[in-house]
Write a protein that binds this ligand. Sequence first.
Ligand code: ATP
Ligand code: MG
Ligand code: MG
Length: 361
Amino acid sequence: MNILILGNGQLGQMLGKAVIQQGHQCVLYSDREHKVMALGSQQALSLSLDEAKNWADVVTWEHEHLADDLVSRTQDKFLLKAERFKQLTDRRSQKALCDELGIPTSPWQAFEDAEQLQQILENTEKPVVIKSARGGYDGKGQWRWKPGQDISPLAMDAGQRAGIVEDMIAFTHEVSVVAARDHHGEQRGYPLTVNVHQDGILAYSMAGAQQFSEALEQQAQEYHQKLTDHIDYIGVLAIEFFVVGDGDNQQLLVNEIAPRVHNSGHWTMSGANCDQFNLHIRCITGLPLPDFLVAPTLMINAIGVDGLPEVLWEASAADCHWYGKDPRPGRKVGHVNFMIDTFERGEKLASQWCNELQVLA
Ligand code: ATP
Ligand code: MG
Ligand code: MG
């Protein structure tokens, strides 16, 4: 099959490799440079977007911030209705969808402008996170506020664009479910991944062994199925959750939905028989969902560094991925997967390597 991937960042590249692995062809559309590219190349192909779309059997995407007209221009091959895609790319409609489906999410209020934001904050007695409705990633487009803090300057800044005000959640863990739904409506996911963020950006993830109760694992998969059934989604979609409460009272609150492959699923490249990229391509080309075999794995993001230490490239226990991007503080430039026997070992490795692999600001 011929596949057009919208977006040409690292997720698009990793999707492209899975396309080739499965014997299909792909081109990628850089929506920043407005060019069609071959996999692994910086050179544009002499192919317009419309020509690439006509060539393709299926259009897929690596990120949720695609311009509306890009989605409408490729809609006949795009595996999700444009209005559903749009619903998921705006935090207001995304949160409203969770409420509509009875999927618990962190309490929130929408605002349209600085004046409305100011009003909300004047009536707020708890610490909150303010998030732009569209376009944020890696913690960008977010502000924190607590009662007693000056409102006006913040409201002017954060209120430049529409957004939401969310309660600050005292979570015990952050987790995500990375799972897929196929053409027949079958859904299957990896075990919950634990995610640790630093300054709003994913520092490391661990997964591949059950860390939570069977009930919580099942709850996450059920929320995923409910959501993806409702919007008739095909492929991999990730949901990020806050875990609140402890023991038998542990509960999941949706933080956000990412309708795509996800950074917290990169561990599957070393820790699963079928990684998230191959899983997505299997789904969109009509193959059945695989049964998963998984092993405990730690994934550490390389952020803002100029390369990975030689000792990691040399170590057989470390699976190194370098994206070939110019390093800038706070920019994801690669990741390293470590096979681990226990999560305690994973925590030790994370504290050993995160500083060395991450330049945040
Ligand atoms: P991503 O790169 O995952 O798309 P993003 O920029 O879309 O991130 P969020 O996932 O909404 O942003 O937030 C980034 C991180 O900030 C969260 O993973 C969490 O650590 C923290 N955070 C966000 N909202 C809250 C909240 N309501 N309470 C506590 N922490 C929060
Ligand atoms: Mg996000
Ligand atoms: Mg997030």
